[in-house]
Design a binder for this molecule. Structure first.
Ligand SMILES: Cc1ncc(COP(=O)(O)O)c(C=O)c1O
Length: 383
């Protein structure tokens, strides 16, 4: 077969001229760190998330870590989560000396199986951290019902879910705490970055301090013309504040994200229709019974025959198509096995999907023509 040179990446951010101009303006402004644009970004995020408070961090990882601290997670505590996620989800739990208690996923949706959560709860369980995998919301009513019964907090890892809806409500506009990622691979980006959305004023106060050394004045207050000269340190916080350069990107991305997601959903539907003739070879993330709106973050397919996965990945690469097998279930990593005693076989559904999954290119600038190439190459492989 003739080699095709134009590489189609798995993902690619969509950055318009207005964003670039805004970044140049910041660079010329003399103020690059957290400042007026970060405040503006947070206000616009708040409006997007139903006027709840949104606090920016350097990443979703930093936001998840700080959110767990804010709800008091400490050594000896247990937090229920999915093994089928990026390692950030569980790493932040482990970093606090707590135990990530994995609950297997549903084979159909690739999301945590809410039916199996209660049996994993102990007296040490303090929170549930579900992940809206690929942008498909988990069954939140079910999860919040368990949390209410067992008096647990919920931190939704919504890294994939900017713009996702559950039963006609946007993720982030309701519930306990949500954490979004603005990494460049995500549906909207600020270069790197993330935000925590929450209601509790005391937890907001904690997060504000945690993201800047535990200093009781924001850096903007101190250095702007109105700023106070002195400050106190009330605990040893970390340094995970967003910069105005990042906020400049994020502000424009947020204004575009609904449109970008529309395009992702359009492309996802094209993939679905194109692969209807491959249902004996592959399966896709199933549609749940509840109302939802997918963010179209990822488009994963799973090969029934797992022995062909590496060949398929190599075939895509040989045809200049980027891909990745998101995710290796976390209980298979050496740290999680050594530290928490997990082993292969513990979460059969996550392993079943983890051995078969391949994500295909999906981003708003992917043209129909380029997507047709991905579809043709996929069809050629399975034929
Ligand atoms: C499910 C999930 N959670 C958390 C993160 C961490 O996001 P960030 O890179 O913004 O720290 C990611 C990033 O890929 C993710 O996919």
């Amino acid at each position: 077969m003739q080699k095709i040179d134009k590489f189609l990446p798995l993902s690619k951010p969509s950055i318009g001229d207005e964003t670039i101009e805004e970044v140049i303006k910041v660079l010329k402004s003399g103020w690059l760190a957290t400042g007026p644009l970060t405040q503006k970004f947070e206000q616009e995020l708040s409006a997007y998330f139903g006027n709840r408070t949104a606090l920016c961090f350097t990443s979703a990882t930093a936001g998840l870590h700080a959110a767990l601290m804010a709800i008091g997670i400490k050594e000896g505590d247990e937090v229920i989560t999915t093994p089928f996620t990026f390692v950030a989800t569980a790493n932040v739990i482990a970093m606090l000396g707590a135990k990530p208690v994995f609950v297997d996923i549903e084979r159909k949706t690739f999301n945590i199986d809410a039916e199996k959560i209660s049996e994993k709860c102990t007296n040490n369980t303090k929170a549930i951290m579900p992940v809206h995998y690929a942008g498909l919301s988990v069954d939140l009513d079910h999860i919040y019902e368990i949390a209410r019964q067992k008096k647990l907090r919920v931190i939704e890892d919504a890294a994939h879910a900017v713009g996702s809806c559950y039963k006609n409500r946007k993720i982030g506009t309701f519930g306990d705490i949500q954490v979004f990622s603005f990494h460049p691979i995500k549906n909207m980006t600020s270069g790197e970055g993330g935000c925590v959305v929450l209601d509790s004023e005391s937890e907001q106060k904690f997060l504000n301090l945690q993201r800047f050394h535990g200093i009781d004045r924001s850096i903007w207050d101190r250095f702007s013309s109105k700023g106070a000269s002195y400050y106190d340190v009330v605990f040893p916080g970390f340094k995970s504040n967003l910069s105005d350069i990042q906020a400049a990107i994020g502000i424009h991305q947020l204004r575009e994200v609904e449109k970008l997601n529309e395009k992702r959903r359009y492309l996802s539907e094209r993939y679905r229709i194109a692969f209807e003739n491959l249902t004996d070879k592959i399966f896709m993330q199933a549609i749940p019974t509840y109302d939802f709106l997918h963010s179209g973050h990822l488009f994963p397919i799973c090969l029934y025959d797992k022995t062909k996965r590496d060949d398929f990945i190599a075939f895509l690469r040989d045809n200049s198509i980027g891909t990745t097998p998101y995710y290796t279930p976390l209980h298979l990593f050496s740290y999680y096995q050594k530290t928490f005693g997990y082993k292969a076989g513990d979460f059969p559904e996550a392993e079943y999907i983890g051995e078969r999954i391949v994500c295909l290119p999906l981003y708003s600038e992917l043209t129909d023509e380029d997507q047709d190439r991905v579809i043709d190459v996929t069809n050629n492989f399975f034929r």
